[in-house]
Write a protein that binds this ligand. Structure first.
Ligand code: DC
Length: 222
């Protein structure tokens, strides 16, 4: 079974997907990590975020790999090089929306993402999974939360890693990524017609995990 979880930045998709996959014993695929890996390599190779053609070439040649990591967090590989930590760098986050908006990049990564779903039961998160990558997913969930709440979560996440940022700056970054991800021409972020909307603004992580697991279990045992 394929479970597609889409939604804006900071909605908690990866945390929730990882925890639900852990509870069910399923595979978790983080498609944002693939776009982040392309962005990291582009920065290292001096390819600008506006250069769709070169970025597309890079994406076509990318050999992305995932291995189970501690606590269910997948370890991410570009060829045999591990990039799990580096793809979370602020510089990558600041450029990934622009990189992922190019048609050349999205087309190059489509089959790679679909190939990763050939592993039995899988929870796959991103922006266009229910609409473009896996339109036939048996379960589709659109996870969201208000901008202030998503900003607050991202700020706390960074603080835990020792980086202090203001709430204002986090909200502005979140709003900018929303605009980019939803406003792009190719595969924009939007809720699939048959997706269940889960607004997590006032929910704890445990409540969201329970709700998502419940939606999946209902499909497994109707
Ligand atoms: O989920 P994330 O923050 O790691 O995703 C990073 C970026 O990648 C996000 O700003 C938009 C892009 N992305 C995308 O366009 N399509 C996906 N399926 C997943 C991520």
């Amino acid at each position: 079974m394929i479970v597609a979880i889409d939604g804006p930045a900071g909605a908690g998709k990866s945390t929730i997907s990882r925890m639900v996959a852990g509870r069910l014993g399923w595979t978790y695929l983080d498609t944002g990590a693939i776009y982040r890996t392309v962005t990291l390599l582009a920065l290292e190779q001096g390819i600008g975020p506006a250069d769709g053609e070169e970025l597309g070439r890079l994406a076509r040649h990318l050999e992305i790999g995932f291995k189970p990591g501690p606590g269910g967090s997948p370890r991410v590989f570009a060829g045999c090089r591990e990039v799990t930590e580096e793809i979370r760098r602020q510089e990558v986050t600041a450029n990934v929306s622009e990189v992922s908006a190019h048609r050349e990049v999205r087309e190059a990564l489509l089959d790679k993402q679909r190939a990763c779903t050939d592993v039995g039961n899988v929870i796959i998160d991103g922006r266009d999974i229910g609409t473009v990558v896996c339109p036939r997913a048996e379960v589709k969930i659109f996870l969201t939360a208000s901008v202030p709440e998503r900003g607050r979560r991202r700020r706390l996440e960074l603080e835990e890693k020792g980086t202090l940022v203001t709430q204002e700056r986090m909200e502005a970054e979140i709003a900018a990524r929303d605009a980019y991800d939803s406003g792009r021409e190719v595969a924009p972020l939007k809720q699939a017609e048959d997706a269940v909307l889960v607004d997590t603004t006032e929910m704890s992580i445990e409540e969201v995990v329970d709700r998502v697991a419940q939606i999946i279990e209902k499909k497994l045992v109707p």
